[in-house]
Design a protein around this ligand. Structure first.
Ligand SMILES: [Zn+2]
Length: 175
């Protein structure tokens, strides 16, 4: 059975074509329109002094590449809950969302169309740091020595963060 082949409301076969100004799956039998939307995800900047926490991806896409911790929002949670849950799953660390850094939207990615919300997360103790779930490694990187990250939006969040803290490469630690 193909994706959205049948109407989830009445079980008849869907049609694909113009409905409310866009091509969508819709049901001529009961009139249901099957809207599809980008997926929201939380992406986390977890600083520790002049270091930022990165995780190495355990699975495709971009298996083996470093990325910011984070993941897709589940039902019955707020985006802040997503952020703290994903942190715990991927690093075994407990953190608190401190503030929102910004957003980055991207369409036609391997995950489909996504809307990433970037958060700055406060972590009291890094002593439990253990990679888990879809992370094979988790490590703190000095902000002037960050490896390439897997996704353009993650690089954008890193740039936004460095700008926010007014970090100049080779800055205050080298005085
Ligand atoms: Zn229907």
């Amino acid at each position: 059975m193909a994706y959205l082949e049948f109407c989830s409301n009445c079980g008849e076969k869907n049609e694909f074509g113009n409905s409310e100004g866009r091509n969508r799956f819709h049901c001529a039998h009961c009139g249901a329109i099957h809207y599809e939307n980008p997926k929201p995800a939380a992406t986390l900047i977890c600083p520790k002094d002049d270091y930022i926490l990165l995780v190495k991806r355990a699975f495709e896409p971009a298996k083996g590449a470093w990325s910011l911790p984070g993941g897709f929002m589940e039902l019955n949670e707020t985006i802040e809950m997503t952020a703290e849950r994903e942190l715990l799953e991927e690093t075994a660390l407990k953190g608190k969302v401190k503030n929102r850094l910004g957003h980055c939207s991207h369409y036609n990615t391997v995950f489909g169309d996504v809307l990433l919300i970037g958060f700055i997360v406060f972590i009291e103790s890094f002593s439990n740091l253990t990679p888990g779930d879809d992370a094979s490694e988790a490590e703190l990187f000095y902000i002037d020595n960050l490896p390439p990250v897997a996704f353009p939006c993650h690089q954008k969040f890193l740039d936004m963060y460095l700008q926010k803290i007014n970090h100049k490469p080779g800055g205050k630690d080298k005085q």
